[in-house]
Design a protein around this ligand. Structure first.
Ligand code: GAP
Length: 453
């Protein structure tokens, strides 16, 4: 079984099964902007919950934060984003299109036959100008001077400007972290590849504050932790790698960055960045605001500006990677079965309860089973259409288990429990069903695509 996945198949399944749709479709859509439907919301919410679990529940040195999207404009001055968060752009005076100056060899001129910008004799490119990626808006009813604010391009700065607040209430001392999940906005010049790069996206970022001489140790710690997180949630290890940034790739704040990369259908691409930000941000905000952003040990009197290690992930990009890694096709009885082999903890729906036929008391009993299971986990009841069609639908949304109520259930209160991956069907008593599913949900899981490769 080869890897059947392509980006087109993912886009099509997401639309067909209500995960993700192009936004504003009834008005013709807005480029590279997407809305999440029911199953997409459940899947992405599970991705975020697993991230929170890894940050907060599985350790005791990270606390949570939810800061505002619109912050004081001086935040972005101090952070370096107003001056440095730019891409170089060139305009073509002939075809009126705009290109990233550093991506001309990957861009297509608007005219036919397909050529790169600058390749036609009459291409007339301007010099490169820096274009800031932050979205601007105004606060208050009048567009006056001083009313310009920005939609945050990363959640991280909300953490740095709250360093003092958190230090006071959390009773933590370095090494400790502050974690945040939320929307960020970037006026990307070349968005694309579905939800891989959009202008509005969710980040999952954690700033880990450490004594300066421990920075390298914690940088390595977080590289390992973050790679492990993806593997534990089912991403095939051979589709995951760490790649250290070259010196000329580093962001203005970083002394070292490594990306966790995933082998998307578009090739190896960044899934998450882990950066050593040093004392750049706390130092910059302290200088600009006049507030001391440092740690003082009350016992020893020692004071220092902590260094920061930052694992910064994208919730949408991670969701896309989990979808891509899970997508599979196999031949069953002469037909192609399409399914998402998602880790059960990520699957939008954990169990579907299906009466075999819509008569003989089966729907009533199935609804009873469903009412019991939905108290424990995300469950779905479906009685419409043939049993085969209902299974196919559940396979495509990645539901790991299907419970079928049949004529035997009415006699002995047992049901069949179908496994999405192996297609094994076990007979099990209704009374044991909830406990058995919870046991399976807690069990370690690896992708069956690994064994098949
Ligand atoms: N605070 C550091 C920071 O923002 P980044 O590498 O620019 O670093 C972190 O972003 C992560 O956010 C990326 O690895 C990616 O997963 C996600 N991300 C960034 N830009 C994105 C975009 N335009 N669309 C979707 N996800 C994006």
């Amino acid at each position: 079984m080869g890897d059947a996945v392509t980006m087109e198949k993912i886009v099509s399944l997401c639309k067909r099964r209500g995960f993700i749709f192009p936004s504003s479709e009834i008005y013709g859509g807005v480029g590279s902007t997407y809305d999440y439907g029911h199953y997409g919301v459940l899947l992405k919410s599970n991705v975020k919950s697993e991230w929170w679990r890894a940050m907060l529940q599985d350790r005791d040195d990270v606390v949570a934060l939810d800061s505002a999207i619109i912050q004081h404009p001086r935040v972005w001055e101090a952070s370096g984003h107003l001056a440095g968060f730019t891409d170089p752009l060139v305009d073509c005076r002939t075809c009126k299109l705009r290109f990233r100056a550093d991506h001309l060899d990957q861009s297509a001129c608007g005219r036919k036959p397909s050529k790169h910008p600058g390749d036609f004799a009459d291409c007339d490119l301007t010099g490169a100008r820096d274009f800031n990626l932050m979205f601007e808006t105004t606060v208050g009813p009048v567009k006056e001077e001083g009313a310009t604010v920005y939609l945050r391009p990363e959640t991280a700065q909300g953490i740095f400007i709250n360093f003092k607040n958190v230090l006071q209430f959390s009773r933590k001392k370095p090494p400790f972290g502050i974690a945040q999940v939320g929307k960020s906005f970037r006026n990307e010049i070349t968005p694309g590849n579905f939800v891989f790069r959009t202008r509005e996206f969710e980040q999952m970022e954690m700033e880990f504050f450490v004594p300066p001489d421990e920075a390298q140790k914690w940088f390595e710690h977080w590289l390992g932790e973050r790679e492990r997180w993806y593997v534990e949630l089912g991403i095939r290890p051979d589709h995951l790698r760490l790649r250290a940034h070259e010196q000329d790739e580093l962001s203005h704040y970083s002394s070292a960055t490594s990306d966790v990369e995933y082998l998307f259908p578009i090739g190896w691409s960044e899934l998450e960045g882990i950066a050593n930000r040093g004392d750049f941000d706390l130092g910059a905000h302290a200088a600009a605001s006049g507030e001391k952003l440092e740690y003082v040990d009350t016992a020893s009197g020692e004071r220092y500006v902590p260094h920061v290690i930052e694992p910064a992930a994208g919730a949408d990009r991670a969701t896309l990677a989990f979808l891509v890694d899970a997508y599979d096709e196999e031949q069953v009885e002469g037909e192609t079965r399409t399914l998402l082999r998602l880790h059960p903890r990520l699957a939008p729906v954990k169990v579907a309860v299906l009466p075999l036929v819509r008569k003989d008391g089966q729907p009533e009993l199935a609804r009873e089973v469903y009412a019991d299971l939905r108290r424990r986990m995300q469950a779905e009841y479906d009685e419409g259409g043939s049993i085969g069609r209902r299974y196919r639908r559940q396979d495509e949304i990645g539901t790991p288990w299907g419970v079928t109520v049949d004529h035997q259930t009415l006699e002995d209160r047992t049901v069949t429990l179908r496994d999405r991956d192996s297609l094994a069907q076990d007979r099990i008593a209704i009374d044991e069903l909830g406990d058995e599913l919870e046991r399976r949900l807690r069990a370690p899981w690896t992708s069956p695509k690994l064994a098949a490769a």
